[in-house]
Structures are given as structure tokens and as C-alpha cells.
Design a protein around this ligand. Structure first.
Ligand SMILES: Cc1ncc(COP(=O)(O)O)c(C=O)c1O
Length: 424
């Protein structure tokens, strides 16, 4: 492990006393007590208090896609904050107008939702999904007041606010909070298309929308078959059910295309899709994209947000979209994804009883383990690599998209050593 420069020592001393204050945070996270992130640079994170350097394969849970402390993002943050941070949605601001137009035009240019026309800007993934659910319900209710229900899928994750939680199946997240919004049905995405179709068509007068992640992220990095999504969209279109793709984790270049659904033929494109996480590279901003059919169901006053579309967040997102919405950048994501995947497959050959699958697209990759890899995550951290789990027994690799080949190699060497230490 690298020794840190002495210039960071005074800051480290100040930060050290911060750890003593951890008791003032509500009990919703179990964090390691021996780790305090004080700064970052591309795919590296530093703990100046404990004098440690880490390779970060988590990117703040698929957020800092252009790397930590990205100089372009930092410059825009600094410049825009001196110009205008917030002005509310009572008035237009140029950055928000530019961003909405850019999302629509880049979406079309890079093979995403072909009929995308409008954007609602907000602040987090869960909020983007709230907007999507409300828009779908409004569309359904206008056709028939009973058409309010939502179809969602087992093993999916859509957020923690009451609406987004209502369409998230995991009982651990739901049951402590009692009654959630009614009318939600959870189907199994792996069921035959005919089973899913029968359910949707038999309840078509009660179902307003269907929400699905093209790649289930938190659930364990499970890409959904293109055929399944094509079939689902067809059934939904036949039954006036609005299709929502949650691209909060798998979108914004993570799969090697701007949007994960850009891998799909046009007939599987959604009516609504949502983005957050990497959209602001760490600045909280999110977006809900819709076609004219959805927008026609909306009126002034139907939905709102104080901070959404603020000039600071939009200026940052304009920059992030310019960098990620670029063919060469996306090709690099694919190349690095292949590098990481092939190295993980080699490791799987060495430990076939423990690593049972390696799957994903671009730089959202899951390595499935035969048992929950808790010890492995800890061992990797001790040796200078940050990784996260997904689902029950998947190790999730979602590094910054700007990670260098060297950083991939360094991180994988630590990972391989940790696998050997735990399983050899
Ligand atoms: C697919 C998906 N949807 C929604 C969310 C919620 O986003 P946020 O935490 O920004 O509210 C997440 C977060 O992990 C996610 O992965």
C-alpha cells in the first residue's frame, strides 16, 4: 500500500476527529469503522486518516462514471456556482433548457427511445421513478379510472420512497413500512412470455404501467433477454400499458451504449425511461424521459420539484453527457468491459466451484459466487480494493468508466489474491 504525501497530514488529522462523530447518524447503514474516505482521483480513493489508498470498483455505486474529482466536472461546478446555483422552476434557466434538448437529441442519436420528446428533471433515482409512476398512472386513469395498477418484477430495485419502494419487491426493504401504494403486482421476469402476457391482458383494465430494469443491478446484475423485452413491449402496447425502463444504474454509457435499451430494436423501446446516478457524476440530478403520448396526459401542476433542473446540476450534466455521449468513449467502455470480463472468466476457471457465473455488459459486470461473498469483500478491502455485492451472492463490478487499464489490472490482482486467500 502506498504511503501518502506529508501535505495531506494536517487535513488527515482534522478528518480523524470526524470518525468520532459517527454516532450522530441514524442507524440505516452498517459501515466499516476503519475507513474514512477523504479524497479521490479517477478510480482511486484515499483514506488519509489511516494512510490507505484503494482502487474503487464501485464508483459510488455506479455514479462517478467520469472518475472521482473529475477536473472537467470540478471546473464547471466552480464556474457555474459563481454564476447561478438555483433559481427554481418558476422561471427558465439556459442550462436546464440545454440539458433537456441534449438528452432528447443524444437519446435519438445513440439509438435510444426513438419517440422521446420531453424531459422532467429532478434530483435522485427514486424521484425520477416517482415521476414515471405518476405519469403512467395519470395516462391510465384518463383511459379508465380503474386503470391505475403497476406491474413490476421480483428481484428488481427502483428506490426507497413510498412509490418507488412499492414497486420494489425485496421484503427486507418493504415490510418494516407497512402499507405501501396498492395495485402493484410482482411477476417473475423469467416466466414464459405467454404467462406474463396472460396476466397483463387479463387485467388490462386495471394496469396502467409496467416498470423494468433492462439489467437488474441491485438484484444481482441480471441482463434481461432482448426477446423478453420485445415481447413485453408488444403485450403492453396492445393493452394500453405504459412501459417504463429504469436505467438509473445501467444507463449513461455503463453498458457501452448510451442507454441499455439502445441494444434493443425500436419496437422494444419504452414510453418512459429514467436516469440518475452517473447523470451528474456525483452531483444529485435525475431525469424522466417521455414520449408525446405520456406528455399529452400531463397538465401544468401535475408534478413538481423545488431543486429539479437547477442550473448547477444541469451545467454539470451537460458536460457529463457530452463526454459519455461520444462513440469513441463508448467503444472504450466496451473494450475495458471485455478486459475485465475475460480476466474474471479466467479466474472462474481457476475456482469453478466458487465462481459459478460471470455476466453483464460493458462495465456492469457480476461474478456469481456459490455462497455470499462477505469475507471476500472484506479481504479485498483490507488489501486496497473496494467492491460491492448485489443480490444474494454476486460481486458487482461497476468502476468509473474512465478507469485505466492499469487500474483494472491492479484491482483485479487484489481481487484474485483475495479469492485465493478466502477459497484456496
Ligand atoms: C435501478 C435503480 N433504480 C433506482 C435507484 C434509486 O436511486 P437513488 O438511490 O438515486 O434514489 C437505484 C439505486 O441504486 C437503482 O439502482
Amino acid at each position: 500500500m502506498l504511503k501518502l504525501k506529508s501535505t495531506f497530514v494536517p487535513a488527515a488529522k482534522r478528518a480523524a476527529s470526524a470518525l468520532d462523530k459517527h454516532g450522530f447518524q441514524v442507524t440505516t447503514y452498517a459501515r466499516p469503522q476503519d475507513l474514512l474516505i477523504t479524497r479521490g482521483n479517477n478510480s482511486k480513493l484515499y483514506d488519509d486518516v489511516h494512510n490507505k489508498e484503494y482502487i474503487d470498483f464501485t464508483a459510488g455505486i455506479a455514479v462517478t462514471s467520469l472518475g472521482h474529482s473529475n477536473p472537467g466536472v470540478a471546473k464547471i461546478l466552480c464556474d457555474q456556482s459563481q454564476k447561478l446555483i438555483h433559481s427554481s422552476n418558476l422561471y427558465y434557466n439556459p442550462e436546464c433548457l440545454e440539458l433537456s434538448e441534449k438528452i432528447v437529441s443524444k437519446t435519438k442519436e445513440f439509438g435510444g427511445q426513438f419517440d422521446c420528446t420531453k424531459v422532467f428533471l429532478c434530483n435522485s433515482g427514486t424521484e425520477a421513478n416517482e415521476a414515471a409512476l405518476k405519469f403512467a398512472k395519470k395516462h391510465g386513469i384518463q383511459l379508465n379510472p380503474q386503470k391505475q395498477g403497476i406491474v413490476a418484477f421480483q428481484n428488481a430495485f427502483h428506490g426507497r420512497t413510498m412509490g418507488a419502494l412499492s414497486v420494489t419487491s425485496n421484503p427486507k426493504y418493504r415490510t418494516p413500512f407497512g402499507d405501501l401504494i396498492p395495485g402493484v403486482s410482482f411477476l417473475n421476469i423469467h416466466d414464459e412470455l405467454t404467462t406474463l402476457a396472460d396476466f397483463i391482458s387479463s387485467k388490462k383494465d386495471e394496469i396502467a404501467g409496467l416498470i423494468v430494469e433492462p439489467i437488474q443491478g441491485e438484484g444481482g446484475v441480471f441482463p434481461i433477454d432482448a426477446d423478453k423485452l420485445v415481447g413485453l413491449k408488444k403485450i403492453c402496447a396492445e393493452n394500453d400499458v405504459v412501459v417504463i425502463y429504469d436505467e438509473i444504474q445501467c444507463g449513461m454509457g455503463r453498458t457501452g451504449k448510451l442507454w441499455a435499451h439502445a441494444y434493443l430494436p425500436k419496437e422494444a423501446h419504452p414510453d418512459i425511461f429514467t436516469s440518475a446516478k452517473a447523470l451528474g457524476n456525483g452531483y444529485p440530478i435525475a431525469a424522466t424521459m417521455v414520449n408525446d403520448k405520456i406528455n399529452d396526459a400531463l397538465q401544468v401542476g401535475d408534478h413538481g420539484t423545488t431543486y429539479g433542473g437547477n442550473p448547477l446540476g444541469c451545467a454539470i450534466s451537460n458536460y457529463v453527457l457530452d463526454v459519455i455521449g461520444d462513440e469513441k468513449f463508448l467503444q472504450e467502455v466496451n473494450r475495458k468491459g471485455e478486459l475485465l470480463t475475460s480476466r474474471l472468466k479466467q479466474l472462474q476457471k481457476k475456482f469453478p466451484e466458487h465462481i459459478t457465473d460471470v455476466r453483464g455488459k460493458g462495465l456492469i459486470i457480476g461474478a456469481e459466487f456459490a455462497e455470499a461473498p462477505k469475507e471476500l469483500i472484506q479481504k479485498a478491502r483490507e488489501n486496497g480494493l473496494l467492491i460491492i455485492t448485489a443480490g444474494k451472492s454476486t460481486v458487482r463490478f461497476v468502476p468509473p468508466l474512465t478507469i485505466t487499464d492499469d487500474e483494472i489490472e491492479q484491482g483485479l490482482s487484489i481481487f484474485e489474491k483475495a479469492v485465493e486467500d478466502v477459497y484456496a
